[in-house]
Design a protein around this ligand. Structure first.
Ligand code: ASP
Length: 337
C-alpha cells in the first residue's frame, strides 16, 4: 500500500536549525581514530582526508583487533581486509575487499577512487594494484592472529560459518564436501567479540560529506568472504545533499538491506538522524530479530544519531563524536532496541 512520506515520517522528530560544524562521528569507542579525523577537520582539512586519517589510525592501532593487520584470521589463518571511502560531493567511491598483505586498506580504497575509473578491486589483484601504487606488501599475521587460529583448530574449528556440508561443520574441521539436502540451520557465531568495524562520517562547514569504513571482517570466515563494510550503501554511504551513514555488525546479514543507503534516503526525506538510523535497524530486525548490528547517521545540518539492535551481547552501542562544541572526541552511547 502506498503511504505518503508525510505519514511515514510524521512520528519522526525533524532536525531544527544548524548544529556546530565540522563534525566527525565514528562507530565504537575508537577515540584516537576520532582524534585523528578531528585534527584534520579542525585545521580546515578535507572530509576525505579526515575519513582516511581516522580509519588508517585504527588500522595502525589494530582497534579492538578487528581493524587492520593481525586480527580475525580466516579458516586458513590469514587476515584479509575490507575498506571503502565515499565522496558525498561527487558520489565517487573507492573500495577494496579481501585485500591481502597490505596494512593500509583505506589508503588503497582511496587510491582505487583517485587513480582508477573503477569503484572496487578485490583479492590478490587488489594487492597487486596496491603494490603498484607504492603500498608496502607485508605479512598481516601476528602472534595474536596465529594464536586465535591455532585455538580454533584445537577446538575442532568452532565457531564455524559453514552449513549443509560433510563432515558436520558444527563438530569437525574440513575439508568439507556438500551434504545432500539443505537442512542445517546454524546459529550465527557473530557477537561483540568476533568483530568491530570502524565506520567514520565527516562533514565540513561547507556542506561536504564523506564516509568510510575499514575492517578485517569476521573471525574464522571462509576465505574469500567479503562483508558489508566495502559495499556501497551497506557499510557506508555519503551524499552531500542529504547526509551520511555507516554500519557495523553482522555484515553477512546487514548487507542484504543496504542500511546506510536507506538511512541516508530517510534523512533526505526529512527524518532526524536518530530516527533514520532506527528505521534502518528496524528493517533488518523484521527478518532477523536478533542480528548483531548498529549504525551511525549524520545529516547535513550537523545533527547526528545512532541505533543498534538489542542482542544477547549488545544492550548499548558506543560511538565517538567530535565537533566544535567539545573540541575533543566525546564518547556517546545509545540503548539498543
Ligand atoms: N561488519 C563487519 C563485517 O561483517 C564486521 C563488523 O562490523 O564488526 O565484516
Amino acid at each position: 500500500m502506498f503511504l505518503p512520506l508525510v505519514l511515514i515520517f510524521s512520528s519522526s522528530p525533524f532536525s531544527l536549525g544548524q548544529a556546530p560544524l565540522p563534525l566527525a562521528v565514528n562507530t565504537w569507542p575508537f577515540k584516537s581514530a576520532s582524534a585523528a579525523a578531528w585534527s584534520v577537520l579542525r585545521s580546515g582539512g578535507s572530509v576525505l582526508d579526515a575519513v582516511e586519517k581516522g580509519c588508517s589510525r585504527c588500522e595502525q592501532e589494530q582497534c579492538d583487533g578487528s581493524v587492520g593487520f593481525g586480527g580475525s584470521p580466516d579458516e586458513s589463518g590469514e587476515t584479509t581486509l575490507d575498506a571503502m571511502i565515499m565522496n558525498g560531493n561527487t558520489m565517487e567511491v573507492g573500495a577494496v575487499a579481501d585485500l591481502r598483505r597490505i596494512k593500509n586498506a583505506i589508503g588503497v580504497a582511496r587510491a582505487v577512487m583517485e587513480r582508477t575509473e573503477h569503484t572496487m578491486l578485490v583479492g590478490e589483484s587488489a594487492s597487486v594494484f596496491a603494490e603498484n601504487m607504492g603500498f608496502v606488501a607485508e605479512d598481516l599475521t601476528t602472534n595474536t592472529s596465529l594464536n586465535i587460529f591455532s585455538q580454533w583448530l584445537k577446538g575442532n574449528c568452532q565457531p564455524n560459518y559453514r552449513k549443509n556440508v560433510s563432515p558436520d561443520s558444527s563438530k569437525s574441521c574440513g575439508p568439507y564436501r556438500p551434504e545432500a539436502g539443505l537442512t542445517q540451520k546454524r546459529a550465527r557465531p557473530v557477537n561483540i567479540h568476533s568483530h568491530d568495524t570502524i565506520g567514520l562520517i565527516a562533514l565540513d562547514g561547507n556542506g561536504h560529506v564523506a564516509a568510510g569504513t575499514s575492517t578485517n571482517g569476521l573471525n574464522h570466515k571462509v576465505p574469500g568472504r567479503v562483508g558489508d563494510s566495502p559495499i556501497i550503501g551497506a557499510g557506508a554511504y555519503a551524499d552531500s545533499s542529504a547526509g551520511a551513514a555507516a554500519a557495523t555488525g553482522d555484515g553477512d546479514i546487514m548487507m542484504r538491506f543496504l542500511p546506510s543507503y536507506l538511512a541516508v534516503e530517510l534523512m533526505r526525506a526529512g527524518a532526524d538522524p536518530s530516527a533514520a538510523c532506527k528505521s534502518a535497524i528496524s528493517r533488518i530486525k523484521r527478518h532477523y530479530s536478533d542480528f548483531f548490528g548498529a549504525i551511525i547517521c549524520a545529516n547535513i545540518t550537523g545533527h547526528y544519531g545512532a541505533a543498534c539492535n538489542k542482542a544477547p551481547s549488545l544492550a548499548e552501542f558506543h560511538y565517538m563524536v567530535s565537533n566544535p562544541q567539545s573540541d575533543t572526541p566525546t564518547l556517546k552511547s545509545v540503548d539498543c532496541f
